[in-house]
Write a protein that binds this ligand. Structure first.
Ligand code: B12
Length: 491
């Protein structure tokens, strides 16, 4: 029985990030002797390469791991997979889990996995190998005989220590963006998050499992054994990144982890943290253990937007304190920020810019809000009529919403100049308080004027006119389109 996993990463050209979910599935299947293959479709998703991979691997099962941003690509590749292989195709990951009907409806997809895939995929491979009925496997929805068999969810994997360490061979970790380019080890100690932020998928996952204990942590021993083994196997690993939503969530666990990590690993590490969780003790333990960077979800500088739109109940003073604590400890920080949020006005976007100017993170991660299916924010956008059918590969450059408070052009203009605007306000805040206030107001007016719809429209018109004049001045040019010579430009 051969299983081929396919991961699509349109936003990466040469090497893509390591996928912990797929690596966990591969490890789980390989420990039972199943042969696994992996194909990373990067950049423009060249179908020819993919067909060659299918024909060489000749798999029994093809598994796609699907985030919403790559769903359109899977919808294109699924029928192609059926044309060029005899494999059963199955989709898993966050998108099929939160949009199962849309995903099972894809032509060329035989089954989808909702939630955790280790046990479900193992059962599928076993049944296929024994020629048994596959239509009643918990967590799987299976198309059989013109019918969709929607099976119930199985319980979550209670003890994550029972899972084998994720596989770093079949998914070529050595050539991944994380190790080959960033020289970092990626790990996860837990699954789940107790917070209920409206834009995140986590609350929807918790709702899916009802009262089941969704948040689970591995034991410190189990985690550090994996980190030690990875550092041994990949000596080029210079630091570790824990992708957990919130590594310091459980203080006792974190105390145990930090104490042992320093002694046994002694490499810098990075982690995510919620500002409400950062206090002197956590900052000190992290620093002493070698934490070099903490990533905070700042998200919006407007307290109203955070509380009323994002269900993110953290005060501005608490955010400032969390960053300051890291500064005092000499730990660098990264802020996650979003603009183009539902009902967000440009002055509120400037609140996000200003808060970054106050907390001075080393890195600012700025994305344009994307309404992920299954989230409360998605429902809000659907209800308010903000949704459009636009599709984008990455939420760094464009929006899929149409709102009256800020147009896509204005959003892109603010996104493009976000870091520059932060520097402008940082300069203001270095002035004596009285002058700083005046300077801040002047910068507010300047930015709001520079990103006004009228001015952006005028700038757009000028840019288009200049481009046309350059084309005309360049004289006639020729292209060969569908075998025909086309002439354009020139007088
Ligand atoms: C680590 C992580 C990353 C890492 C690594 C990417 C990766 N996927 O591993 C990095 C930093 C690169 C990343 C980037 C992005 N991320 Co991210 N990321 C996460 C995070 C924090 C953990 C995911 C994880 O590893 N979970 C643990 C593993 C074990 O679980 P899993 O991946 O879900 O896999 C299990 C099941 O889903 C299932 N399964 C998964 N695939 C398959 C396939 C088959 C065939 C089967 C049967 C089962 C199956 O079985 C697995 C094992 O149980 C999640 C938040 C979260 N807590 O889940 C966000 C999350 C997945 N990311 C998200 C997003 C949006 C992104 C970006 C698109 C952001 C951007 N625009 O750039 C990029 C996309 C880059 C890309 N590669 O496509 C969203 C996805 C929302 C959505 N509906 O698509 C999430 C859910 C965050 C959120 N809060 O909403 N991310």
């Amino acid at each position: 029985m051969k299983i081929a996993f396919v991961h699509i990463d349109p936003s990466y050209e040469v090497m893509g990030p390591f996928h912990l979910g797929i690596a966990s599935l591969i490890a789980y299947l390989r420990q039972s002797g199943y042969e696994c293959h992996f194909f990373h479709l990067l950049g423009d998703v060249d179908e020819r390469d993919y067909i060659d991979f299918l024909e060489n691997a000749d798999p029994d099962v093809v598994g796609f791991s699907v985030m919403t941003n790559v769903f359109p690509h899977v919808a294109r590749l699924a029928p192609l997979t059926k044309r060029h292989s005899r494999a059963l195709t199955v989709c898993g990951g966050i998108h099929p889990t939160l949009s199962p009907e849309q995903t099972i409806a894809i032509k060329g997809i035989d089954a989808i996995c909702i939630g955790e895939g280790e046990e479900a995929l193992f059962d599928l491979c076993q049944r296929l190998g024994e020629g048994k009925d596959i239509s009643n496997i918990p967590n799987l929805w299976v198309k059989r005989g013109g019918k969709v068999h929607r099976n119930p969810l199985r319980p979550l994997i209670e003890d994550l220590d029972c899972l084998p360490f994720i596989d770093r061979e079949v998914f070529p970790y050595e050539n991944s963006f994380d190790l080959a380019f960033m020289r970092r080890g990626v790990f996860m100690a837990s699954r789940g998050c107790p917070f209920n932020c409206a834009y995140c998928c986590s609350p929807a996952m918790k709702r899916l499992y009802g009262g089941n204990r969704y948040l689970r942590f591995r034991s410190v021993e189990n985690l550090l054994e994996e980190v030690e083994m990875t550092a041994r196997n990949f000596p080029q690993m210079e630091y570790a990144v824990f992708h957990d939503d919130l590594l310091p969530l459980k203080k006792q666990w974190f105390e145990d982890f930090t104490r042992q990590y320093r002694r046994r690993i002694n490499l810098p590490f990075e982690m995510n943290c919620h500002p409400n969780l950062m206090d002197e003790e956590v900052a000190r333990m992290a620093k002493e253990a070698g934490c070099s960077l903490v990533r905070f979800g700042l998200e919006s500088g407007s307290e109203h937007i955070r509380r009323k739109v994002l269900d993110r109940h953290v005060s501005t003073s608490r955010i400032i304190e969390a960053f300051a604590l890291c500064d005092e400890m000499g730990i660098e920080t990264l802020s996650y920020n979003m603009i183009g949020l539902p009902f967000e006005t440009r002055p509120q976007m400037l609140d996000t810019v200003k808060l970054n100017a106050r907390v001075r993170p080393k890195v600012m991660h700025v994305s344009i809000f994307y309404p992920y299916p299954g989230t409360k924010s998605y429902e809000m956008c659907r209800r308010e009529g903000f949704l459009t059918d636009r599709q984008i590969d990455t939420y760094y450059e464009d929006t899929v919403l149409m709102q009256k408070d800020a147009s896509p052009q204005q959003l892109k203009a603010i996104r493009r100049r976000f870091e520059f605007f932060v520097r402008l306000y940082s300069r203001c805040y270095r002035l004596p308080r009285f002058l700083a206030k005046i300077a801040e107001k002047l910068v507010d007016l300047g930015i709001l004027a520079a990103t006004s719809q009228r001015l952006l429209k005028a700038l757009n018109w000028l840019t288009r006119r200049r481009a046309k004049r350059q084309r005309d001045d360049a004289g006639p040019c020729y292209t060969i389109e569908e075998g025909e010579v086309k002439v354009f430009g020139g007088q």
